[in-house]
Ligand binder design. Structure first.
Ligand code: PNS
Length: 161
């Protein structure tokens, strides 16, 4: 069984993430979304909230699950039996850090393969931090985050202003 992990901060999940989830879930038997639970990154949304939002967005996928993890991604991947990591690439600017992370992960866990998917061009400008900014100042981010969470998330981001 080919198990893949899709790690990230997902603070919050965006339509760009959903595009990667849709495409990679069709490539693997099981896709596990791994939310990094890292307080030093000062997330805007708690891990519990991020789990809740992602769960709402993945209801339609039978082979997709979401969990949170602390520490090294490779340890989490081993724990869940994942031999694949998927990451989306938006632009050349993503490439350098992604290359370093995949090399480091391969060094620590040689059996793991990182698979990169090019983000759909309609989301190439999109990031969680932009969604946070737009939301905080009351802007409209319909289309930028999954419809399933649009209403709740708009309220939440304005509250955290
Ligand atoms: O959505 P993000 O913030 O770009 O995701 C980054 C993430 C979570 C994939 C990365 O920071 C990570 O894997 N962190 C866990 C710590 C780790 O394993 N570091 C070594 C790999 S370089």
């Amino acid at each position: 069984m080919k198990i893949c992990v899709y790690p990230g901060s997902f603070d919050p999940i965006t339509s760009g993430h959903m595009d990667i989830i849709k495409r990679s879930s069709a490539m693997f038997d099981k896709l596990i979304i791994g939310i990094l639970n890292n307080q030093s990154k000062m997330p805007c949304l708690t891990t519990e909230k991020r789990l809740y939002y992602i769960n709402k967005c993945i209801e339609k996928y039978d082979n997709v699950e979401v969990l949170s993890f602390e520490g090294l991604l490779v340890d989490f991947a081993k724990q869940i039996g994942a031999k694949y990591i998927v990451r989306g690439l938006r632009a050349l600017s993503d490439f350098e850090i992604e290359m370093q992370m995949s090399a480091m992960n391969k060094r620590m866990y040689p059996e793991v393969e990182t698979v990169f998917l090019m983000t759909d061009t309609k989301y190439s400008f999109l990031s969680s931090s932009m969604v946070r900014d737009v939301g905080r100042f009351g802007g409209d981010f319909s289309g930028l985050v999954p419809d399933e969470i649009l209403g709740e998330l708009s309220e939440r981001l304005v509250q955290t202003n």
